[in-house]
Design a protein around this ligand. Sequence first.
Ligand code: SF4
Ligand code: SF4
Length: 140
Amino acid sequence: MRSCDGCTECCTGALEVKVFDQLVGKDNPCSYMCDTGCSINDDPKRPKACAQYQCFWTLSSDVPDWMKPSLSGVILDEENGTFRASCTKEVSGYVFLYLLYLANEFDTSLTIWHINNPHIERNLGAVIAMKELKVFGERP
Ligand code: SF4
Ligand code: SF4
């Protein structure tokens, strides 16, 4: 399994979790992020959901290094054989092409949405033609 190694993309609103009295989620990034990752990483009271969450990039070594969420702006999750791509930054065309390749390779559906990233719509033209692809603007 890969290490997050400084990435905090899931803490910017993709992960919905209560951290002490703060509700982290869309439009509400976690205040415990720091330059090296999570500033309360070693705190035994850190929520279990934080410790347990692993995006698909950390789980699958088949996903290229450059798809690391902090580099690509995409957090990939796999659930019940379907993929979800949560975009946290402006996403490059080649990253979208990789998402298409992934959905094709696994012969599965793919949901793409953005989290705090209104720029995603600019690149959606490249991907909406794909069968089984669900594209949302903002995360519902
Ligand atoms: S998005 Fe993935 S790589 Fe980045 S901090 Fe979260 S689990 Fe780690
Ligand atoms: S507590 Fe740490 S791991 Fe959990 S959301 Fe905040 S920064 Fe991320």
